[in-house]
Write a protein that binds this ligand. Sequence first.
Ligand code: SF4
Length: 291
Amino acid sequence: MLQQTQVKTVIPYFKKFTSEIKSLKKLSSTSERKVLKLWEGLGYYRRCRNLIETAKIIVKKNRSILPKTLIDIKKLPGIGDYTGNVLLALVYNQPRLALDGNVKRVFSRIFNTHEKKLDFEKIIEKNRKKLFFSKRNYDFVEATMEFGALICKPKEPLCSLCPINKFCKFSNSGKNAKLTDKVKINKKSYNIFCYLNKYKQIGLTKNNNLGFLKEYNLPVVEEKSKKNKLKNWNFLCNYKNSISNKKLDINLYYKFSSKIPRNLNWYSICNNKEFIPTFTKKIFKQVENLY
Ligand code: SF4
């Protein structure tokens, strides 16, 4: 849940999730529909599907035991170096660091060097004894990430409070190096189409090829030329939305119709039992005003 999502956002979801699903075994046997419903609103739904798949593999093939090596743990769906290292440190107290953006920034500042020029694995290997002396590796892996988030913050690091400021080159050098490259934000326009019928139903599809709208969703087409006029559709509104590193410019169109294309299914706008991504739910609210 914490991949690309802040702790304060995750907390209520985590509590609800773990109050309903209390064990790996339970997770492996709960329907995808139900688990997705618990995840609804948190976004990046592939994480949820990977979690279910991983639970099934561990329960069925590994006697409910998490693998103990990075090579084996990375064979599980959705687990890469970062998550693998966190899990091995938290669960098995192995001496590991998880190189997220926060931790990389701390190292880059200590050396006052652009992160692309640093070989993080080599730095960790060379400083193993200094880094992992406490034997509380489960705390250490978490503390390093929190340190980057709360003390060595991206914009204004709290150097006067920092216990390692004596040997931090960033803090002591009059000339600060550029540490990271700016993340490119993609701006794109999309047309989204709402087929509506008199029963307050809307046409949804599972066939969108766009990564951010892969879930059960409204038909969407990337708008490449603004000059295109859409025949037979009513324009509802234009609005902006941000997902991950994308800025979306959305044109919402609708029409009332008793028929829909074959790859769509009718779905009741008022039905709150099924999992529907938040992005789509916001659109439901907008079309509800048409009734
Ligand atoms: S001294 Fe400042 S820049 Fe250096 S690690 Fe500490 S908080 Fe970060």
